[in-house]
Design a protein around this ligand. Sequence first.
Ligand code: GLN
Length: 488
Amino acid sequence: MDSKGSVDLFEEKVERYIGAIDAFEDYNIITGFDREQVRQRAREIRSKLETGSAGPLAGMVVAVKDVLCERGKKVTCSSETLRNFESVYTATSVQRLLDKDALLIARTNMDEFAMGSSTENSIFGPAKNPVNPEYVTGGSSGGSAAAVAADLCDVALGSDTGGSIRQPAAYCGVVGLKPSYGRVSRYGLVAFASSFDCVGPFAKTVEDAAMILQHLAGYDPMDQSSSQAPVPDYLSEIRSKKHLKIGIPGEYFAEGLDPEIRFAVEEQLRALEKEGHTLHPITLPHTNYAIATYYILATAEASSNLARYDGIRYGHRADADEMERRLKEGIDDRPTADIYSAGDSPLIRLYKQSRTEGFGDEVKRRILLGTYVLSKGYYDAYYGKAQRVRRLIQNDFSNAFREVDVIASPTAPTTAFKIGEKTQMKPMEMYLNDIYTISANLAGICGISVPLGTHSNGLPMGIQFQAASMHETDLLHAAKASESLGRS
Ligand code: GLN
């Protein structure tokens, strides 16, 4: 952007987005937004554009999931425990975009601590799908997906631990990319399950996703699991055509898949074949174990990561004086009073009360499960075994990627469901939603969801491509080829 006209267009666009954020206020998409700060930053970027000193992302307007730290801003993770937490530093992923002069417009709603598939587990209320507000956005990065879909920004950042970028992208009809584990720094991403967590972009086009990945990717000394692998020039690579070998895993087209989604994906694959790509049936034999394995390992890691919210160093602190007064007077009639045991010291009571008040039900469920699978008597039976199954799932993918470049499948077995439909005593049904996305996080590979037209119920559908670790170029090639067929 260098001409006066495009500089004006930038400010117009920012104003349009500000207006749209207001218009969508009751959709619970945004958790933090300061219009004056945004305007101020837009003016700074404008003057850089005018003097020709702007970075390559000047003009890009980005929303950020409320799980990535931004210095001086509230980072709530949609949790009571962090409702008033202000970060003192900025996540590497966010900083890299800032350094290139992107404009950060707002922070987005999510499932508490990124646990969930619907963005209903949030102190800000359920995020509503811009396509139809009676439906969920998917999750846990539902706010980011919806922000792009509702045109509140150009692109958004999310995090994906088991599908939280790809599934909401499919539910809202946008592009969502989960990079390989280690490709993008996790520094400043509030940890859920550290061996699974990935930061990645939502965008309106595959090229925009590629461009953001370009700036996010690369080694960061602040993240020990960050990869030193060189970062290819994604944009120029995907501008040339490549014929891909596309694997089709039988296990992903089995029971539970909505027939219309199945048909749409199969039709898309036939169209890709006509374009010169080749289709290959493959098998990922341990697919059926992926959800169980994930919910053992991810909850184990979560129980340990969330131990830091004790109300002392971090997080909501219960009113200790009030607690002790009630106890002394024997008037503790609160529903949480039975969490105390006879021998608890006042400090232990404070931890218990603070965590009871600070965490929502889903987070508590995960902490309990994770603590259980790590406990002395069950460690080998659950955690140890799940680690071994994780290896088998990784091997399934290594074997497949010896034969094919990418693996194609639906992103999710259904379209978005109604708000409230699965929250009432149906956590298992919610978990099953991640069946096609969760394995990529167990294996550390990359994946992308690309819009695939509209279901007869009026909601968006998505197609997913997965590629081997650090093979984002193949992933983007496939995504672009699919997008070019014009069914988005
Ligand atoms: N839905 C999955 C879960 O609840 C994945 C969440 C995520 O990717 N952050 O754990």
